[in-house]
Design a protein around this ligand. Structure first.
Ligand code: TXA
Ligand code: MG
Length: 327
């Protein structure tokens, strides 16, 4: 396995494109998290992603295209709401679910009649799509259930030598995945909160539906599965409860770590302590990073401060709740 940085190694992107063309899987950065990519029209290569990630076959992938004009290569129709959203948020951390083209392999969409598409806002991702000359199917480059990777070494930690190449673009800008909006129904629906806030989306297309439709087969199969969990237990605590939670969790002798926004008042010696003050975006970037770093410190219980569910806070709390959910 090689980790190569296109900024200092100009052959890295052409080599990655050649690997994709020959049916291999390569990892690359996006502005959200790293992706594990395959040529979107190569069913065998897409199958390899499922095997590498140990990903349930019912969980479809996002297809990455280089520009809005290329969305039509994988979608047979782009409804007006999707067109407006893409006009404002592409390239960027927005994924729209659209009616799929039949030419796309069935495994990319897990047999659904829809396809999730986005235009990533990252120079390496865009250069790779351009060099390949085709869309790239890519889920996040973590093993299923693990925290999403925000650096090339996170990807290497999950896959090691199973990958021929990881393109290194440094730490990702947002550190949380894209927002997924289903535009196939009569009314648009938020399937996964992410890097673009619900408020920003509703400012463009008006109020939208939220979450799964009760009693219906899950629209976004990926959100059924337990997710994003580090190898330690995640315990959520409101801002005023951090010190009390540390005391309670430490009482039994567990190795405790904390991720919070404001500096801690107490004097407890912790196995891991990370503060992400200031803008909520800094806290968003810190979540998956802290999960993996706390693991590396041997933390058994990671206490994480909760945030209000507005703006990016909705995506943050979604990831935190899933990580804290019992198995
Ligand atoms: O930021 C991101 O979105 C990253 C980067 C690499 O682009 N990708 C990512 O992919 O997070 P993944 O596979 O980890 O999450 C994709 C989500 C899953 O919840 C999946 O179920 C949903 O999108 N999805 C994909 N295709 C869908 C479809 N046709 N209908 C509904 N949901 C879909
Ligand atoms: Mg994922």
């Amino acid at each position: 396995m090689a980790i190569r940085n296109p900024a200092t190694d100009p052959a890295a992107i052409p080599d990655a494109a050649a690997l994709l063309r020959s049916g291999r899987v390569v990892a690359f950065p996006t502005e959200t998290v790293y992706g594990l990519g395959a040529h979107a029209f190569d069913a065998d290569a897409v199958e390899r992603i499922f095997a590498l990630k140990v990903r349930p076959a019912d969980n479809p992938m996002i297809v990455h295209v280089g520009r809005v004009a290329d969305v039509g290569a994988v979608a047979r129709e782009v409804p007006e709401v999707a067109r407006r959203l893409l006009g404002v948020f592409a390239p960027g951390p927005l994924t729209v679910v659209l009616p799929r083209r039949d030419t796309l392999p069935d495994n990319v969409t897990a047999g659904l009649d829809s396809v999730a598409v986005r235009v990533p806002d990252d120079p390496i991702a865009l250069a790779l799509i351009e060099a390949l000359g085709a869309p790239i199917a890519a889920p996040s480059a973590n093993r299923s259930g693990r925290p999403s990777p925000t650096t090339a070494s996170d990807v290497a930690a999950d896959f090691g030598d199973a990958l021929p190449l990881i393109l290194d673009g440094g730490p990702t800008l947002i550190g949380l995945e894209s927002t997924v909006v289903d535009a196939t129904g009569a009314r648009p629906r938020l399937l996964r909160p992410g890097g673009i806030s619900l408020e920003e989306i509703e400012a463009v297309i008006g109020p939208i539906e939220r979450g799964e439709i009760a009693g219906e087969l899950a629209r976004s199969p990926g959100i059924r599965h337990r997710h994003y969990a580090p190898r330690c237990r995640v315990v959520l605590a409101a801002p005023g409860q951090i010190d009390a939670t540390i005391a309670a969790q430490s009482a039994g002798g567990a190795r405790v770590g904390v991720l919070c926004r404001a500096p801690l008042a107490g004097q407890t010696a912790l196995s891991f302590e990370r503060e992400a003050p200031g803008e909520i975006a800094a806290f968003g970037r810190a979540i998956f990073r802290a999960f993996r770093d706390a693991e590396a410190c041997g933390v058994e219980v990671l206490i994480v401060e909760t945030v209000p569910e507005t703006g990016l806070g909705l995506a943050i709390m979604d990831r935190l709740r899933r990580a804290a959910a019992p198995e």
